[in-house]
Design a protein around this ligand. Sequence first.
Ligand SMILES: Nc1ncnc2c1ncn2[C@@H]1O[C@H](COP(=O)(O)OP(=O)(O)OP(=O)(O)O)[C@@H](O)[C@H]1O
Length: 259
Amino acid sequence: MTIPAQRTPDAMPAMSLRGLVKRFDTRLAVSGVTLDVPAGSFFGLLGPNGAGKTTTLSMAVGLLRPDAGQAVLRGYDVWQSPHDAKALVGVLPDGVRMFDRLSGPELLAYHGLLRGMPADVVDQRARDLLDVLELGTDNRTLVVDYSAGMKKKIGLACALLHAPRLLVLDEPFEAVDPVSAALIRDILQRYVAGGGTVVFSSHVLEVVERLCSHIAIMSDGVLRLHGTLAQVRGDRSLQDVFVQVVGGRVATGSELAWL
Ligand SMILES: Nc1ncnc2c1ncn2[C@@H]1O[C@H](COP(=O)(O)OP(=O)(O)OP(=O)(O)O)[C@@H](O)[C@H]1O
């Protein structure tokens, strides 16, 4: 798919999902998700465990082929124009193995060269990213030996390296310490202020409430609610809206009586 002539690149959504469906055996993980992410937005995807967030984001960026539906990034269909679409986006996937027998600098060099970037640019940006994210620039520690939070940060560095206009991040704040989380928030806020678009999933409602201009809430593979933060929240807290939308089990006190 090419960019429709009547829309300027900035007016078109950074991401358009149309009727995405994914089934794993008998389990319908995502059931017809349709969503536009406005360019320049900070977009939070919320939902309880197993809601279908990772499956949706994986289909949106071309990591997982949908059974039905379409994912379009700034006018490029992810499956029909994968080179154009994937050049636009930096991805922090969840649960996808990295080439972790490399050191941090080696992993970044590998990503940059795969993206066709000049070696000197990769080298400079890799140093910057490793420095800012406090990952160290030594070539001795392999990514496989990083802590969970360090793996998250090197994954984020890989996503940022080619300076994409769209970032899709699956639980970027999971496992990172509070200082690193604040740093990542600052980096992402600056990135959006500079015209970039961020789509991320999270379970941390406070972070979503603080950062996001737009949010979507999904459960059981279905998008229940989406819009600007103000539209979705109204005069309630995001926590209240979330619990009302996805439902919540209330502990009566009789559970786990043996404990
Ligand atoms: N590769 C797979 N094979 C089989 N079932 C899968 C697979 N990936 C996901 N699922 C199932 O699809 C559903 C949605 O999973 P998904 O990982 O997208 O949820 P999520 O919202 O990201 O959850 P969490 O917040 O716990 O990370 C779950 O029921 C999960 O068990």
